[in-house]
Design a protein around this ligand. Structure first.
Ligand code: ADP
Ligand code: PRP
Length: 186
């Protein structure tokens, strides 16, 4: 596990199977770290409608393409029939020494292995918990849930700097994420 301080700015890509609790852990950690000026939680752009409490801003596919072509995106990937982006302004923050946390993609992050400015956090949970949580979350219809579970099973395991198994109370894994981020920023 890569641990300890990050003297320069860096990206922290938090990723893991759908239903593992990425959104939940990141929201908890963001609230817990509100007084840590070095740590920033990026808001994603997604070509998906928002709902109350969404962790992203909705953009059209055309707007996402235009942003990418004009250098407006630091990161861009596709999954689940959607496009995802992180604005280039966050790369400026990394260049200024900040730690920018992204709700990322395992597939995308696997292609960034070896980059000194990228740390990865894998958030996971047992397969049956994933299924039950996705159905209970109710964000996607059952067919889309099946597609997400299939993707979870098909993607190779990611070698991450920190692995969090979110199979107990949310506060346990979220607290471990908070502590790891604090140490990185110390
Ligand atoms: N530790 C946990 N115990 C029980 N339910 C959880 C836990 N963590 C997250 N959940 C629930 O599981 C569902 C999926 O969590 P979410 O944060 O949306 O995961 P992801 O972003 O990885 O898809 C949500 O309804 C959330 O409230
Ligand atoms: O390559 P993968 O690791 O499978 O990830 C693919 C995408 O799915 C997740 O987003 P999304 O909000 O659509 O889904 P989730 O919250 O259900 O994981 C994740 O944040 C990635 O953007």
């Amino acid at each position: 596990m890569k641990q300890g301080r990050a003297p320069s700015g860096c990206w922290v890509m938090a990723c893991g199977p759908s239903g593992a609790g990425k959104d939940s852990l990141l929201a908890w950690a963001e609230a817990a770290l509100a007084r840590e000026p070095r740590i920033v939680f990026a808001r994603r752009l997604v070509t998906r409608a928002t709902h109350p409490g969404s962790d992203h801003d909705e953009v059209s596919p055309a707007a996402m393409r235009a942003l990418g072509e004009s250098g407006g995106l630091a990161w861009h990937w596709e999954a689940h029939g959607h496009q995802y982006g992180v604005r280039a302004a966050y790369a400026d923050l990394v260049a200024q020494g900040r730690i920018v946390v992204v709700n990322g993609s395992r597939e995308h992050v696997a292609g960034l292995a070896g980059r000194a400015d990228v740390r990865s956090v894998l958030i996971t949970a047992p397969a049956e918990a994933l299924r039950q949580r996705l159905l209970a979350r109710g964000r996607e219809p059952a067919q889309a849930v099946a597609g997400r579970l299939h993707r979870n099973a098909a993607l190779p395991a990611l070698a991450a700097d920190l692995v969090l198994v979110n199979d107990g109370p949310l506060e346990r894994a979220a607290g471990a994420l908070r502590d790891w981020l604090r140490e990185l920023a110390a």
